[in-house]
Design a protein. Structure first.
Length: 324
């Protein structure tokens, strides 16, 4: 990747929390490629330095081990708040800490942005819609979330974080940007994160039957990571009077059974599919209405599921071979 060098007076210093994770590392790649200086803050619960190892030591990237549930005293121009485990297997490991990361972490990052008068971006989630009663989901839909279920630590944590962001805007005039992320996939996902794309690919590549929970009729919309990061950058460049939230995802809708069959085709797996009981509070449908993204950002996803899965399968194949 060619690195564009900006004049020191024009270069931004940007904080990315959760920067060693799946999405954060791809965002950092884009920021460094355009010439920015980046401070990656991560507690490495789910992130890994390996995701950033291709950046030259002592260059535009600085990495700090830090948990954002504790205050952070630094000087930056912009903040991308991505810190929070996002897969059920990880956010349910310590649900209290998950809620603290979303809520106390948001308070700390908003306090930092307020002190610096810095623009701040919040990576929210389609999980704020819960098990939706409207389809597709628009940003003005308030959701159907179980506040005491096993997924609530993440769902309600992200909902509360959005509340805090908009209250800081109303009360303190803070320049905020909020994106609601729908299912995203691509290289650097963790093999054991429990998400459907990584689960299916790893099972297929290791000769295990693909596991579907429930009937397989439940649907998701899958956005390739490169498309998502492009949307992040465009949201951050919006005028100050546009805060969001804005849905970011691929409106193409696929059932779990369709996804499994495509993974089997692309990997050449012969192991087949097994069905297990449905997971509690697992949404039956999930599909974004991206009208705002099209109108405000001029953005829509470009990478077809088949192509994105091909690149993701290649990554996992190389990753699994290196571990064996």
């Amino acid at each position: 990747m060619a690195i564009k060098r900006l004049d020191r007076l024009r270069r931004k210093r940007i904080l990315v929390t959760g920067g060693a994770g799946f999405l954060g590392s791809h965002l950092i790649d884009r920021l460094i490629a355009r010439g920015d200086a980046v401070l990656c803050v991560d507690n490495f619960f789910t992130g890994t330095r390996d995701n950033l190892a291709h950046h030259a030591p002592g260059g535009q990237l600085e990495i700090m081990r830090h948990d954002i549930t504790f205050p952070l005293y630094i000087e930056v121009d912009e903040i991308y708040n991505l810190a929070c485990p996002a897969s059920p297997i990880h956010y349910q490991h310590d649900p209290v800490q998950t809620t603290k990361t979303s809520v106390i972490g948001a308070i700390n990052m908003l306090g930092l942005a307020k002190r610096l008068r810095a623009r701040i971006f919040q990576s929210s989630t389609s999980e704020v819609y819960g098990n939706p009663l409207v389809h597709p989901q628009t940003e003005d839909y308030h959701g159907d979330v179980n506040p005491i279920g096993p997924r609530a630590c993440y769902d309600e944590g992200k909902r509360c974080a959005e509340t805090l962001f908009f209250d800081y805007r109303r009360q303190h005039g803070l320049d905020i940007k909020v994106a609601r992320i729908f299912n995203t996939y691509g290289p650097r996902m963790q093999a054991d994160d429990g998400r459907v794309v990584s689960n299916f690919i790893v099972q297929a590549l290791t000769g295990q039957p693909i596991t579907i929970y429930g009937t397989g009729k439940q649907t998701r919309s899958f956005c390739y990571v490169d498309d998502l990061i492009e949307a992040f950058l465009r949201i951050m460049d919006l005028p100050e009077d546009v805060s969001g939230p804005i849905n970011i995802g691929n409106p193409g809708e696929f059932s779990m059974l369709e996804l499994a069959e495509l993974v089997i085709e692309l990997t050449g797996s012969k192991a087949g599919i097994v069905f297990k009981p449905a997971v509690l509070d697992d949404p039956a449908q999930r599909r974004p209405d991206i009208t705002q993204a099209k109108d405000r950002l001029g953005w829509e996803p470009k990478v077809a599921l088949r192509d994105g899965l091909g690149a993701t399968i290649a990554y996992f194949d190389q990753h699994l071979r290196a571990r064996s």
